[in-house]
Structure formats: structure tokens, C-alpha cells
Design a protein around this ligand. Structure first.
Ligand code: NOJ
Length: 716
């Protein structure tokens, strides 16, 4: 390969969409065709559709001098054509099995569309709802992030349980390379402001932000994308300490590192590179193999070499990694394998069913003070479905919905109508997502007066979440608040359904509305899933994967904070609290109601004395005290009560699900290893200290409501 050929393999070009020939396929511009033919690019993003990918691949394989196949990449985060709930919503299902299944279905569909690599899963722990990308994350908890990471990597890359170890077979036609993004600590941007610098301690980096990435590497993830942001003064795109020394050398990652969009050239704006050649050299030396859509590698890598900023051996190493990924994906055996077989109607139906299951498992019943739910479908009444998201299919899909089609999406209104035959179901928009519409508001209020019950669909529009959607005040926009306040003050029953990609900080809503359900962005089957929940066909089982703040001033917020020498005490001024807001969130991590009550009793942990390497078992009895069949997720947290450093007040280490018929008692079981008792030191090495540990078990991260038991770790 010539130097030019090699550099070509390190360049990822973005598809320009000059026009939409059919809406379901991207289009290749002539200039791109020429770039492929002359070997100037090795991969493309934002390209999809069997015909287009086959066309582009044909140019690469048959018309370019070396015939090296292209790698096609796309952001497939929560579905390709069938859209599942956005990740934060899916996280609320607390179900690794479900997370894996939806990723598998997405991989099937995207590979049928010719795409071989997805920029997912996003593994940035998120504790600041101002940051719009919280919607793409698994929430605040690093242990949960690890479970999410392994399930998603397995799901996308295929092969089932245990098969996605490093070196696993990625060559199947339905296997997609996954990308763990965005390393690291992107979720901790200053003040929640998108792309802003990150300044955090090494301890929280290793404890909170890196574990999910480490798990993804252990699960054999094919690619990693460094974040746009700088971390403690070093832009991640040029951060050799983390990318090379930690991730490649210590963790043993041997896959491909792909920059974020334009991030290599942005090293200039960060102020660490004087020109494109320096930017290219910094990124390459840090281990970034592919330059996504910046001019740095294509225009300046050769110059960086001639100026002695990098060596050809460094370029070769990156090229080998890129070619190895193409080999692993089977592209050299058959570059047209993906995109050859469309998914069948039966598969598509199964994916729709899965989307409905995932959407209802993700919905979290935050409060139901007056017991409005479930609705009795057999006693027809007049239902008003009101709000900007009442009949808004495109807003059901959420950000990064790949090829999700709003025409194939079931709106809340459509789902409720289908599930409530015999009911009168009427629609009024009432307000725009952000626009006050007085006439629409009046119509909506008239309708609410007439109807027996209102489902009020408010929250965030799809485009208010995702990349570049930081909100200084992440509440309910003014137009919708006006509508909601007027409607609730009528005094008739109102069920509020929140479309959102983060906890919405709106204490007024929770004070005035008795019943609130977080539906997130539920995806293609939104309306059917909502109807399943509201009618009681399925009792809600989602729980919050993030703390829901009571006030913006509490942000960033997590249940896993470190203790203080002066814990909050309402009776004492000089304790850790606010003058004007509570200390605790409105709803803690793990909160989620259902149509029954679960009681926890008899926590047993064995053995009570352990040594490094032992397995710890815990079990707790859970009783369904109501009269509805429902599923409960139980959590086990650990507190290291005395250590050489300040340990969080509690940390999630295990979870267990149990489905119980009314009146029944079952046993939820948890298994831990002594590794779960360790913590990371400043250099990221695990450290296990002997002594007493508290196990706290219960329904949510509410310290006062958990059962506890102690174990002791002894030295050998
Ligand atoms: C920028 C985003 O940060 C990243 O998550 C995404 O994968 C790329 N753009 C490609 O669309």
C-alpha cells in the first residue's frame, strides 16, 4: 500500500445527502464515488440502505486499485427501522436480557440495510439532567452501566451469551460491530453544557465514568470513540494516557478507535494543536485510528509524517487495526454479505412485539396519589387525550432514531383508541411543545371539562434531547405549563404522561397532578405500550435509573454520594443542606410504582465472613400485598463502612427480578463476588480492604427503607 492508500483507510467520510431519492436510502454524490474509486476513504458514516451500500461497496471492491471493502457506519442506538425506547428509558427496565434482545434486533435490521458498524452503545454515566445526552445513557450508576455495556455489545455483535469475547466471530451477516462511546467522562461536562470541558477527580473517573467502558472491552467491543471533550486539561481525542496506556495497554483493547465527528481538527480549537498536521499527529499518537469527518487525516497526516511528528510505523499500526476489523467483519470474504437478505415480515413483526414489550417495561409510574390507574377498559367513558405529544408520532421516536419512520409509529392517541373500544376518545393539542397557542388551549380546556378523564401528554419534544441540547432549566416549557396548570385546576381526573429524555424538574407538576407516568421516548410502539400500562393489561415495572431532582440547584445528583462530616440535619444549621431546597431528590434512583405493593422481609446473607475470592449470596423475601400480578426489581447496595478513603454511602452491586401473583411471597436472590467490595485507587487499580461491609436491600435507593445485614471481609 502506498502512503496515500494507508491514509485512505483511516478516513471516514460523511455521506452528504444531496437529495432523498426514495427517503429510505441515502444517496452517493459523484465526488464521493470518486473518493471511493481512488482509495481516499476507508469507511463512511450516515450511509444506509441495501442498494446504496451495495452500490458504494461495488465501487470500492471492483473499481478501486486495491479493492479494499468499505466499512459502513451509522448511529443505531435504539433501533434501526423498528425503534425501541431511547436508552435512558430502556435502562429503566433494569433488564439485561431485554437490552440484549433489542440490540440484536437492531443489528439484524441495520445489517440487512448494509450497515456493519454502529456508534453504540453510549456508555457515559449521566448525573446532570441539564446535559441533553442523558437520554442516550444508561443513567447514573456505574454498575448498571457495566450490565448495560455487556448486554448491548453481545446484542449488537451477536453470538449470544459469552460469545462476544475479544476475538469473537463478527463475520456473520447479521453481526454489527459495536462502538463504546464516548470515552471518558463526557457526562460530566461543566455545568451540563454540551461539549464543555470536564474537570473531575481521578477517583471519580475510575469509579464512575470508566467501568462501563472496561466492561465493554472485556465483552469484546469492536470499537471505541473518544469524547469530544477535554478531561482535566487533555482533549480526549489526543489523550494518550487514557487511550493508549490505560485502554490499549492495561485493558488489552485491540480494536479500532474512531474519533468523534470532526474532533481531530477540533484539537486546534482546544488549543493543543497549532495546525491540522499537529492535530492529526496528536490524535494518531494517542491511538485514534479513524478520523471521522475532519480534514486532519486526509489533508495533513502525510505532512505530519514529513515533519517528523509521527512515524510511518504509527500509521501502519492504525491501518492494521482498521483492516483487521474489516477482516473480522468478514468484509474481505464477502463484502456484500450485509445487505444481501432483507429481514422477513415475521422478523419485523417480532421486532414490533419486542418494541412494545420494551416500551412498556421502560415506563415508570412516578406517582398515583388518587389511584386513578389502571383504567377499567370495560367501563366505557369519555377520555380526552390532550397535549403536544398526544398525537405526535415523530416525537415518540426520540433522538438518533436511525431509519425509524414516523408513519409506522403508533401515537399515544392511536394506541389508546385501539385499546379502548367503546370509549369515546377525543384529541386536543392544547399547546405547542414551546409555543403558546391560545385557541388550541381553550379548545383543550373545553374538552377536558366535557370528558371524564384526561391523559395529558406533555414534556420534551424529540429535538430537545440528544446531542447539543443542554438545558439550563430542564423543566416543562412555559407553553405546556400554562396548559397543564389550567387543565389540572379544572379538578377532573388527569393522568400526566411525560415524554422526556431526562428527569424533568417541575415540582409544581408533582404538587398539583396526582398521577404522573414517565414514558420517555418509547419508540415505534409508543401508543400500544402506553395503553398496555394505562389499562392494566400489564402493570408498570419500570424504575428510575437516575435520581429525579427536586430542584435544578441539586444537580449533579446521585444516590451514591460520599458521606460528609456534617450530614444534613434539619435542626442544625451547619450541616450539609440547602437553605431553599431539600437535600434528597424528589424521587430516588430505583423509584417506580406499580398497581400493587411489595413488602420486603428476612434479608439473609451468607457467608457472613468472607475472604478474597469468595462468593457472597443474599436473599430476601418479597410479598405481593395487593391484588394485581406484577414484577418487582429488587436492588442490593453495598456500603464500605470503614476504609482508607471515603466510600459512597452506598453503591449498587446486584439486582434481581421477581414476578409475583397477588398474595404470593417469593425469594429474590443476589450473587456477588468479593471484587464487588473493592474500589479503585487513583491510578485505576482495584483495591480490596478488609473489614465490615453493609448490604442494603430493597426497592429503591432510599436509605431509610432498606433492609440491612453485615458481612466481614477477612484477610487470608
Ligand atoms: C457526534 C456524536 O457525538 C456521536 O455520538 C455520533 O456517533 C457522531 N456524531 C456520528 O453521528
Amino acid at each position: 500500500m502506498t502512503l496515500e492508500d494507508k491514509i485512505g483507510q483511516l478516513v471516514m467520510l460523511v455521506m452528504v445527502r444531496p437529495e432523498f431519492a426514495s427517503g429510505s436510502q441515502s444517496v452517493i454524490a459523484d465526488s464521493q464515488r470518486e473518493a471511493i474509486r481512488t482509495g481516499k476513504i476507508g469507511s463512511m458514516l450516515d450511509i444506509w440502505g441495501a442498494d446504496v451500500t451495495r452500490d458504494a461497496q461495488g465501487v470500492a471492491v471492483k473499481e478501486s486499485r486495491l479493492g479494499i471493502p468499505l466499512l459502513f457506519a451509522h448511529d443505531v442506538l435504539h433501533g434501526y427501522e423498528t425503534i425501541f425506547p431511547t436508552p435512558l428509558g430502556e435502562a429503566a427496565a433494569f433488564s439485561p436480557e431485554l437490552w440484549e434482545k433489542t440490540a440484536r434486533a437492531a443489528a439484524w435490521e441495520m445489517t440487512a440495510g448494509g450497515v456493519a458498524l454502529t456508534f453504540a452503545p453510549m456508555l457515559d454515566a449521566a448525573r446532570d439532567p441539564r446535559w441533553g445526552r442523558m437520554v442516550e445513557s444508561f443513567g447514573e450508576d456505574p454498575w448498571l452501566g457495566g450490565r448495560f455495556a455487556e448486554a448491548k455489545v453481545r446484542g449488537f455483535q451477536g453470538g449470544g451469551q459469552g460469545a462476544a469475547q475479544a476475538g469473537a466471530d463478527l463475520s456473520a451477516a447479521d453481526a454489527a460491530a459495536a462502538t463504546a462511546k464516548h470515552l471518558g467522562a463526557y457526562g460530566a461536562v461543566t455545568a451540563g453544557r454540551e461539549y464543555a470541558a470536564v474537570d473531575i477527580s481521578s477517583r471519580s473517573l475510575h469509579e464512575v465514568h470508566l467501568p462501563a467502558f472496561r466492561t465493554a472491552v472485556d465483552a469484546g467491543v469492536a470499537a471505541i470513540m473518544p469524547a469530544f471533550t477535554s478531561l482535566n486539561g487533555e482533549p480526549m481525542t489526543g489523550n494518550a494516557n487514557l487511550l493508549q496506556d490505560l485502554v490499549r495497554k492495561r485493558w488489552g483493547f485491540n480494536g479500532v478507535m474512531i474519533s468523534d465527528f470532526g474532533a481531530v481538527a477540533e484539537l486546534i480549537a482546544h488549543g493543543v494543536a497549532g495546525d491540522l498536521a499537529e492535530a492529526a499527529a496528536l490524535a494518531l499518537a494517542a491511538g485514534v485510528d479513524i478520523d471521522m469527518a475532519s480534514e486532519a487525516y486526509p489533508q495533513a497526516l502525510a505532512e505530519a509524517l514529513s515533519r517528523g511528528l509521527i512515524t510511518e510505523a504509527q500509521i501502519d499500526a492504525a491501518v492494521v487495526r482498521v483492516l483487521m476489523l474489516k477482516v473480522r467483519l468478514g468484509l474481505f470474504d464477502d463484502a456484500f454479505r450485509r445487505g444481501a437478505t432483507p429481514i422477513t415480515a415475521a422478523q419485523r413483526d417480532a421486532h414490533r412485539q419486542l418494541a412494545r414489550e420494551a416500551a412498556r417495561a421502560s415506563m415508570v409510574l412516578l406517582q398515583d396519589r388518587d389511584g386513578l390507574l389502571p383504567l377499567n377498559a370495560n367501563a366505557p367513558r369519555h377520555l380526552a387525550v390532550i397535549g403536544p405529544f398526544a398525537d405526535a408520532p415523530s416525537d415518540m421516536l426520540g433522538p438518533w432514531h436511525a431509519e425509524g419512520d414516523e408513519a409506522a409509529t403508533v401515537s399515544f392517541l392511536a394506541g389508546l383508541k385501539a385499546a379502548l373500544p367503546g370509549w369515546q376518545v377525543s384529541l386536543a393539542k392544547g399547546a405547542g411543545a414551546e409555543a403558546v397557542e391560545p385557541r388550541a388551549r381553550n379548545d383543550a380546556l373545553d374538552l377536558a371539562e366535557e370528558a371524564d378523564i384526561t391523559v395529558l401528554c406533555i414534556g420534551e419534544a424529540s429535538n430537545m434531547c440528544g446531542e447539543a441540547t443542554s438545558r439550563a432549566d430542564p423543566g416543562i416549557p412555559h407553553s405546556q405549563r400554562q396548559l397543564a396548570e389550567a387543565l389540572i385546576s379544572i379538578g377532573k381526573p388527569v393522568i400526566v404522561v411525560l415524554t422526556c429524555g431526562r428527569p424533568l424538574i417541575a415540582p409544581w407538576l408533582f404538587d398539583t397532578a396526582g398521577c404522573v407516568l414517565a414514558a420517555w421516548f418509547p419508540g415505534s410502539e409508543a401508543g400500544n405500550a402506553l395503553a398496555d400500562i394505562l389499562t392494566g393489561a400489564h402493570a408498570p415495572c419500570g424504575k428510575l435509573p437516575i435520581s429525579w431532582p427536586a430542584s435544578v440547584g441539586q444537580i449533579p445528583i446521585t444516590y451514591a454520594e460520599r458521606p460528609t462530616g456534617r450530614p444534613a440535619n434539619p435542626a442544625e444549621q451547619q450541616t450539609s443542606k440547602y437553605w431553599d431546597a431539600p437535600v434528597l431528590p424528589l424521587f430516588p434512583f430505583g423509584h417506580g410504582l406499580t398497581y400493587t405493593r411489595f413488602a420486603y422481609a428476612n434479608l439473609r446473607v451468607s457467608p457472613q465472613t468472607v475472604r478474597a475470592g469468595d462468593t457472597i449470596h443474599a436473599e430476601v423475601e418479597i410479598t405481593n400485598e395487593g391484588n394485581v400480578h406484577a414484577e418487582e426489581t429488587a436492588f442490593l447496595f453495598v456500603r464500605d463502612t470503614l476504609a482508607s478513603t471515603v466510600r459512597p454511602v452506598m453503591e449498587l452491586k446486584a439486582m434481581a427480578k421477581i414476578a409475583l401473583a397477588p398474595g404470593k411471597t417469593g425469594v429474590a436472590r443476589f450473587t456477588l463476588s468479593t471484587d464487588d467490595l473493592a474500589f479503585y485507587d487513583d491510578a485505576g487499580n482495584p483495591r480490596l480492604e478488609t473489614g465490615r461491609f453493609k448490604m442494603l436491600v430493597g426497592a429503591r435507593a432510599d436509605r431509610d427503607a432498606l433492609l440491612t445485614a453485615d458481612i466481614t471481609l477477612q484477610s487470608d
